[in-house]
Design a protein. Structure first.
Length: 468
């Protein structure tokens, strides 16, 4: 190399180095993982749609995992975007491939997952239950499963638990059936393809109303934590933010409140009612689905809410008549029927449209400051007990230091309407306010069942076909 050439290279060297540094800045990700998410304004979460993770209701997406993830996104000041996977194996595959920032898919904390993923603090505890068909002998121990067939969700912690049980008891012989969803797993037992199934207690709480002929035998694993999962090897900034968020939500009771919202109905479960509901869902509701949808569009309600009201009123029996003389699917009184222009209370379309319009009228009479969902629950109470009596309960609530705009506060005072001690404080006289509380509770329960049914594999085809 000549001296002249060497000098030229030395002269260009600083420029080449500067260009390399600038190019490196453009090619290298800037900031931490958390900072990059906040910069792009989007949090990407992979999940497996189910009734315990994310599903659709009248307001769009909901579910335990969805509500938690949405709250985290809001805290970060970004939008939430979900990536949906068909099964748990795909959830993990997408996470490790960098297609999502973390996974929120109802993942049980196991030693195997700890070795493969970075798991957060648990936000909920669940048990593993052994399910069986009512009428068959109830299993009480793992020994009762010997020689039987057991269904589990493929890739789940319950599948791992079953394998561990077989390893600990080599004499235990089982035929194992795997499926991709809890619903498929339970269906195998209900239809006699499998003797038992292993599912989590939160899945049982939600699916109990859809499978009323199944029951829990005994608990295999107790107090197992559910957690979010992150891919290993990241800088940890997002993981640490998620840890702080979940710890805070646990500390203030927010996760407990969400669990009550989605699973609290299990305490009010009635086997006979659920069996009747599922039977009527298939053989009665399809006759009126279109009318409910039309009325809901006119009145601005979710059609499933109107259907839930009608089921509570008449069990979807257009010819129903109560001892007090109310009639039809929506059980309209003569006065309400006249007010809403109904000529035949037993005509399904007239009854449904009038009931929807009347509920809308009550809904609109509420003070504008009352937000949802309290506004709807209060309107339902007024549908049952009367708007004036509801107002009496709201006045009592305010006098006693409660919030007259919150259903949780008002429902505690409604039973007082029937007590003589409060008669002098009631502008509209005594009323069976306790009945209104039960009414709203039942309607909410039937609404939940309808939402879950429309999101299920078994009943969705029937509900969709009925609307076509």
């Amino acid at each position: 190399m000549t001296i002249r050439l060497r000098r030229k290279l030395l002269a260009w060297a600083p420029l080449v180095l500067l260009a390399a540094l600038i190019l490196g800045l453009f090619l290298r990700p800037s900031g931490t993982a958390l900072e990059r998410i906040q910069a792009r304004g989007e949090l990407v979460v992979v999940t497996r749609p189910s009734l315990t993770t994310v599903y659709g209701d009248e307001n769009g997406s909901t579910g335990m995992e969805y509500e938690l993830a949405r709250g985290f996104a809001e805290q970060l000041g970004v939008k939430l975007r979900l990536v949906e996977a068909d099964d748990l194996a795909t959830v993990q595959k997408l996470l490790l491939a960098g297609k999502a920032d973390f996974a929120a898919a109802g993942l049980v904390i196991t030693e195997q997952r700890r070795q493969q993923l970075r798991l957060t603090t648990p936000y909920q505890k669940v048990d593993t239950l052994v399910m069986y068909r009512l009428g068959e002998p109830r299993p009480n121990t793992l020994a009762d499963l010997d020689g039987k067939s057991v269904a589990v969700v493929s890739g789940s912690s319950n599948a791992d638990l079953l394998e561990q049980a077989r390893a600990a008891q080599p004499e235990l012989t089982l035929d194992v059936y795997t499926g991709t969803t809890v619903e498929q797993t339970l269906a195998r037992v209900e239809e006699g393809e499998a003797d038992y199934a292993l599912i989590n207690s939160n899945d049982y709480a939600i699916h109990r109303g859809l499978f009323p002929d199944l029951a829990a035998g005994f608990t295999v694993g107790a107090d197992q934590g559910l957690a979010w999962a992150f891919a290993p090897g990241s800088d940890g900034s997002l993981y640490q933010a998620a840890q702080r968020y979940l710890t805070q939500q646990n500390a203030i009771g927010a996760t407990e409140q969400l669990a009550k919202r989605f699973y609290g109905h299990v305490e009010r479960f009635d086997l006979y009612s659920a069996r009747s509901f599922i039977r009527h869902l298939d053989d009665r509701l399809p006759d009126y689905t279109n009318a409910f949808r039309d009325a809901a569009e006119d009145a601005g309600f979710d059609w499933r809410l109107l259907a839930a009201v009608a089921y509570q009123e008449s069990l979807w029996d257009a010819g129903a008549i109560s001892p007090t003389g109310v009639q039809g699917l929506m059980m309209l009184t003569n006065q309400t029927a006249r007010e809403m222009g109904v000529t035949d209370r037993t005509d399904p379309a007239q009854s449904i449209h009038a009931g929807a319009a009347y509920l809308r009228k009550l809904h609109d009479r509420m003070p504008e400051r009352i937000a949802e969902p309290d506004r709807t629950w209060l309107a339902l109470a007024a549908y049952n007990v009367g708007f004036g009596h509801l107002e009496d309960a709201r006045v009592l609530t305010q006098k006693q230091g409660g919030d007259p705009d919150r259903w949780q506060d008002v429902k505690q005072r409604l039973p007082m309407l029937a007590k003589p001690a409060y008669a002098g404080q009631l502008r509209y006289g005594p009323a069976r306010g306790g009945q209104a509380v039960a009414y709203v509770r039942h309607v909410r329960g039937y609404y939940d069942l309808l939402v879950w049914a429309e999101n299920s594999e078994r009943h969705r085809p029937t509900l969709v076909a009925a609307a076509e």
